[in-house]
Design a protein around this ligand. Structure first.
Ligand code: B12
Ligand code: SF4
Length: 508
């Protein structure tokens, strides 16, 4: 069967700081290709809608699969599916991915028959089964399948992370993928899932709070196949188990692979396992993203981050000592007033790290979706991108955006201002000589993309597809069936520990 996979357009954040390859879609594409299908991919983070329609005309796919990891992309995917079905009613249209899994039935409803199936959960195994079932009555029997004719059995997990290397060769214009100065950059996955349970996050609910690892050999083999000089490690929390990080590192050394790396981790993991990060610094690790989320204990407790300000400050010291450049994320609450933004600006200017600010957003699939007592002010999917306020703001909405963007601008200038300009110009010049201009373009884009009026006005656009609000409100942890996509398996030694770094914790 001719199968085309489509990744939707970039959201605000990716228009500036980074643009990364759709690794999940590439993994599903690899599994489908291994099953004997003729597979192509198009990434609308790079290509435009007319390119997609040209591809449809030329390739004439019999099945099209949309990757829907981001809720804010839902309207685009629904509209594209409708157009596609209009052009070719015989084409089988399906969708999968992180966010799509949490809102499967409402996607089908909005699509009015244009999406034949939404596959919930991991795609590698189920997509192959689904394509086998096309044209038969058994589509609704595929694990994770949600169709207008019925719902299949529970989604199934891939039994072995080493099974399918991402089909990177199907990507086109890969030089467009970058993250900051790592231009170009590829992505890689060493582990999947997260054993923590932060209230604002759906990484753990998607994977049933499980945590799986690739073997060190497979991870290094995958790394060896990467042509780009920069690599972003997509793991939610890198090196929870230091021995795994060391083992991959040794295999990388054995193969004499030299890359520059960017990863994400938690403060407590960095403090607990500094040696593995120090070792990776030698291998080429340069940048680290730390989700501190708050600058006070109250905020950390609210997000159930299971960390403390003491640990956060210690983590920053450890990273500085190792020689890593750290980007921090903080969550801005819509209740913040001008004074609160000012405190954040002062704090951010007092430390050398890069600080990013995102807006607290209850997403379907998070605990917050059910426990947040404030009423959503919008049901427009497009505004659920953690750059817009979807909860009532204490400041007038336009003033909230002015404060938010002012703060983001101050933080941005801290790194791209006069003091840093010389260094930045040298890096940009060197990259431009190699034909890589993503980083250079990023420098000029901030004011066009982050614009308080633009963000404010986006609240008044016509809402074509309205999200379903939470079906209930609760003060307690919601029932498992309301939270999880992949149901948690009972851990070997009882329930997953409240502290995943404690003995017996950290998933399976
Ligand atoms: C790496 C990552 C990124 C990267 C790469 C994004 C990219 N191009 O793919 C970067 C850093 C760019 C990024 C950015 C953002 N991210 Co992000 N990201 C992640 C992260 C940590 C891992 C994703 C990943 O690559 N996993 C590994 C691959 C193998 O898994 P996967 O992509 O999920 O794919 C599997 C399934 O989903 C499914 N699948 C995927 N596609 C398809 C397609 C079909 C047809 C099928 C059948 C199945 C299928 O099968 C795959 C294999 O099993 C997730 C958290 C998580 N654990 O999922 C957050 C996450 C997806 N991101 C999130 C957010 C909020 C964002 C931002 C909006 C943040 C911001 N500051 O603005 C931006 C927006 C990005 C954009 N599109 O423009 C949220 C999603 C929120 C939501 N519900 O919409 C998540 C869940 C994190 C969280 N804490 O809640 N992100
Ligand atoms: S540690 Fe990170 S990935 Fe894990 S639940 Fe918390 S925010 Fe999500």
């Amino acid at each position: 069967m001719r199968v085309l996979f489509v990744h939707p357009s970039p959201l605000m954040y990716s228009e500036i700081y980074l643009r990364l390859e759709p690794l999940g879609m590439e993994r599903v594409a690899a599994a489908v290709r291994a099953a004997g299908h003729d597979v192509r991919m198009i990434d609308l983070q790079i290509f435009k809608h007319p390119d997609l329609f040209a591809e449809l005309k030329g390739f004439k796919p019999q099945a099209v699969g949309f990757s829907l990891n981001y809720l804010a992309n839902a309207p685009e995917v629904i509209d594209l599916a409708k157009e596609l079905k209009r052009l070719d009613p015989q084409c089988f249209v399906f969708s999968g991915g992180h966010s799509g899994s949490f809102v499967a039935d409402e996607l089908l409803e909005h699509a009015e028959g244009a999406i034949d199936c939404v596959l919930r959960g991991e795609g590698e195994t189920a997509a192959v089964m689904l394509l086998q079932a096309v044209g038969t009555d058994s589509i609704a029997k595929v694990p994770g399948a949600v169709t207008t004719r019925g719902v299949g059995p529970a989604p199934i997990m891939l039994d072995d992370l080493d099974k399918f290397f991402p089909a990177r060769d199907l990507g086109r214009r890969r030089n467009k993928y970058f993250i900051g100065v790592l231009d170009p950059a590829a992505s890689i996955e060493f582990t999947r899932g997260c054993p923590w349970d932060c209230s604002f996050c759906s990484a753990w609910t998607f994977y049933g709070r499980s945590y799986r690892k690739s073997t060190a050999e497979a991870a290094a083999e995958d790394m060896a196949s990467i042509k780009e000089s920069g690599v972003f490690i997509v793991d939610d929390v890198a090196f929870i188990h230091p021995e795994h990080g060391f083992a991959i590192g040794k295999e990388i050394e054995k193969r004499r692979i030299k890359k520059r790396y960017y990863l994400e981790t938690r403060s407590d993991v960095l403090c607990r396992n500094p040696e593995v990060f120090r070792y990776w610094r030698k291998l080429g690790l340069e940048y680290m993203f730390l989700g501190l989320e708050a600058i006070d204990e109250e905020g950390l407790k609210l997000h159930r981050k299971r960390s403390s300000m003491g640990v956060n400050n210690k983590a920053l010291e450890v990273a500085r000592d190792i020689g890593l450049t750290v980007a921090i994320n903080l969550i801005a609450d819509p209740s913040w007033d001008a004074r609160r933004f000012e405190i954040i600006r002062e704090w951010a200017m007092s430390i050398p790290e890069i600080v990013h600010l995102t807006v607290a957003t209850p997403y379907p699939g998070t605990e917050l979706w059910f426990t947040e007592s404030r009423k959503l002010t919008t049901l427009d999917y497009r505004l659920f991108d953690i750059q817009h306020a979807v909860l009532p703001t204490t400041l007038p909405l336009d003033e909230f955006y002015r404060q938010l963007v002012k703060t983001q601008d101050v933080l941005n200038k801290k790194h791209l201002g006069f003091a840093a300009l010389k260094e930045v110009a040298t890096i940009a010049g060197k990259l431009a000589l190699k034909g890589q201009t993503n980083f250079l373009k990023m420098l000029w884009k901030f004011n066009r993309v982050y614009n308080p009026e633009r963000q404010y006005n986006e609240h008044f656009k016509e809402v074509k597809y309205a999200m379903r609000p939470p079906k209930m409100h609760t003060d307690k942890r919601p029932a498992a069936e309301d939270l999880y996509i992949h149901m948690p398996k009972p851990a070997k030694h009882g329930a997953v520990s409240a502290d995943p770094l404690a003995p017996g914790g950290g998933g399976r």
